[in-house]
Design a protein around this ligand. Structure first.
Ligand SMILES: [Zn+2]
Length: 192
């Protein structure tokens, strides 16, 4: 799929919104991205994850590992297409860990999958889990790179789309100056 086709899917499913948004950081942005909106549709999940699976199909992978919750759908679908095992790490006392009897063996080859990377925090934590178990990361695949390529995991990495996230402190926000209504995504509109 081309970048335009991917962007069209994001727009059509409401995953990518344009307007004036209040981010959780308190900053304002013209764009808002919610990956779960596109992953509602198995048809699109399959297409996007195929790009990731294709990218890594020629390297040896034993297991796909994802950080919950965001990475679950992506990891599961990539693993299905590669016909490999899928496990996930989840937060316990704010720390990502393997639970439910999931484990990794020494030298097991792991592909880490995630939905969205902004700072890469959850992926870096997942990589640490793999290393602690003496298994080996062979790649990192994700749907959207919101760092626009700035986050480097030091392993072969692939995203279906890179995105520049422009945000402003409220005082310097050009959208505020234009008097465009401020919206907090996922909740009711905010009156200004
Ligand atoms: Zn603003």
């Amino acid at each position: 799929m081309t970048e335009t086709e991917i962007l069209n899917i994001f727009k059509r499913t409401g995953a990518l919104l344009t307007g004036h948004f209040l981010l959780t950081s308190g900053r304002h942005s013209e764009k808002y991205f919610q990956c779960a909106k596109v992953l509602q549709y198995p048809e699109y999940t399959e297409k996007l994850c195929k790009m990731i699976a294709d990218k890594f199909k020629n390297i040896e992978v034993d297991t796909v590992v994802s950080p919950a919750i965001g990475g679950l759908v992506v990891g599961q679908e990539v693993a299905r297409q590669l016909n490999k095992r899928f496990i996930f790490a989840e937060r316990e006392d704010k720390k990502l860990t393997l639970r439910r009897g999931f484990s990794l063996e020494k030298d097991e080859k792991v592909l880490v999958c995630e939905d969205v990377v902004t700072t890469g925090g959850s992926v870096f934590e997942t990589i640490e889990i793999v290393k602690r178990n003496n298994a080996r990361v062979v790649g990192v695949g994700f749907i959207v790179d919101r760092s626009n390529g700035k986050v480097d995991f030091k392993f072969p990495q692939f995203s279906t789309l890179k995105m520049e996230v422009v945000s402003y402190v409220p005082d310097e926000c050009p959208l505020c100056r234009e008097d465009i209504e401020l919206v907090k995504p996922g909740s009711r509109k905010i009156k200004r």
